[in-house]
Design a protein around this ligand. Structure first.
Ligand code: ADP
Length: 430
């Protein structure tokens, strides 16, 4: 910069000196200045043309303009390199996404398709790029997917429109501020494997039923036989207890399989829960007085549930039996059936031994027990809470477990308002 100033300054000075010779120094200096300005304007014009042409060859120039050309040239080289890299990354990402065994579709906030991978055609029937800009739900017509896209994110299962044998799991996740990613996976094989596994368990359980009944019958005959020596009485008693335990496990496994295989949700019949609770309480009366347990009932008699009475009986009795089993002598059990603003709540609370927090998330898994020996000793199968979970799912309800070791446990069955009938609910709504 300084060099240029010096150069132009000297030029004007020389012009002044020459002008002095003809006695017009100011005019000469003015002409020189105008010349310099015209020269600079010409250089600017060249620079503009050069930038527009994106010509990478530096023009023949020097001084300040030469430095300007170099800086611009270096920056544009760097930018081109970065752009090339980004294009490469994008190509690689699209290639990888296309090769994935899942369908990926990017949609904007109006549900319009922005991009789709190859598998989107196989699973959703969406072709890229010909379906670009088409509304996703116009191509994948499904109420569940419609609902999913109106929410922020979530997951749903649906039958493929292209092939009725294919079940899809569809998940929607936010990708960027205005783009969401719809991910589709073919879960038909998983469903089939689960089905085979559950059928296998059901078949084995079914096959075991008859031999167990025969065994139990003969054991009873043997136990009642007066010729059996006293030393054989205890082993026979133990055989009988274990056979009974096996029969209960087989019964529970068959019941679980039945719940899983029932296609429909539940029979839509108004179930009188008060009656259900009373029937269960009658069956535990003896155990309550044996263990000197106090049972408190807090029931809204008007509340009914739309559902299946035998299933609800199975679920609620499992919870109440557990409270009886896992509460020590002279403990207190509270059973409540009440409505709240969200629906209705069946709660069984005890001041028993409680459950360590780490076990709570796994309690509804089949055969999951906090303490195997203790459960067996109390006649438990480890299937009770799995049955509760299944029954509740079939009634659009959920199970909430609160427990503290040494303080007690609380099992809540939460039924949504649409499943509940009753005056209590109306009172709350008003
Ligand atoms: P089980 O037949 O063994 O009782 P469940 O599925 O009904 O099987 O329960 C699973 C486990 O949860 C039980 O083994 C027990 O450890 C624990 N559990 C269930 N209910 C209670 C309760 N009210 N108090 C303490 N522990 C409980």
């Amino acid at each position: 910069m300084h060099k240029d100033i010096r150069k132009f300054g000297s030029l004007i000075l020389v012009a002044g000196l020459l002008g002095w010779l003809i006695e017009k120094p100011l005019l000469a200096m003015l002409i020189a200045s105008v010349g310099i300005i015209i020269w600079q304007l010409y250089q600017l014009q060249r620079l503009t043309v050069w930038i527009g042409n994106r010509n990478n060859v530096l023009p023949d120039t020097n001084g300040q303009f030469y430095r300007l050309y170099r800086i611009i040239s270096q920056r544009s080289k760097k930018n081109r390199e970065r752009k090339r890299q980004l294009t490469n990354y994008l190509k690689q990402f699209r290639k990888a996404a296309s090769a994935l065994p899942i369908a990926i579709v990017l949609v904007d906030d109006h549900g319009k398709i922005k991009w789709a991978n190859n598998n989107a055609e196989t699973l959703f029937g969406i072709r890229w790029p010909s379906d670009s800009g088409v509304v996703f739900t116009d191509l994948v017509r499904d109420i569940e997917v419609d609902k999913l896209l109106t929410k922020e994110d979530g997951e749903a299962e649906l039958n493929s429109r292209l092939n009725a044998d294919i079940t899809l799991s569809v998940q929607v996740v936010r990708y960027t501020n205005d783009i969401r990613m719809v991910i589709g996976r073919d879960i038909s094989r998983l469903i089939k494997t689960n089905q085979i596994q559950s059928n296998f368990v059901a078949n084995v359980s079914h096959e075991l039923k008859t031999p167990l009944t025969v065994l139990k019958g003969y054991l009873e005959i043997l136990q009642n036989n007066p010729n059996i020596t006293p030393e054989l009485q205890r082993p026979l008693q133990q055989m009988n207890t274990q056979t009974e335990r096996m029969a209960v496990i087989v019964h529970d496994l068959l019941y679980l399989a039945k719940l899983e295989n029932k296609e429909d949700q539940t029979t839509h019949k108004a179930v009188d829960i008060t009656h259900t609770i009373n029937t269960i309480v009658e069956t535990i009366d003896e155990r309550l007085s044996e263990k000197q347990l106090k049972l408190e009932l807090d029931i809204d008699y008007s509340l009914k549930i739309l559902g299946c009475d035998t299933e609800l009986h199975a679920a609620f009795s499992n919870l109440i039996f557990n409270a009886v089993n896992y509460t020590p002598r002279q403990g207190v059990i509270n059973v409540s059936w009440q409505a709240d603003k969200n629906g209705a709540r069946f709660t069984v609370k005890d001041n028993g031994e409680g459950i360590p927090e780490s076990h709570i998330p796994r309690l509804t898994e089949r055969f999951y027990r906090v303490d195997n020996d203790r459960s067996r000793e109390k006649g438990g199968t480890g299937l009770g809470l799995a049955i509760v979970k299944h029954v509740l799912q079939r009634h659009n309800a959920s199970l909430k477990i609160n427990s503290q070791l040494g303080v007690g446990s609380e099992f809540q069955c939460l039924f949504p308002a649409k499943q509940v009938l009753g005056q209590g609910l109306l009172d709350i709504a008003n």
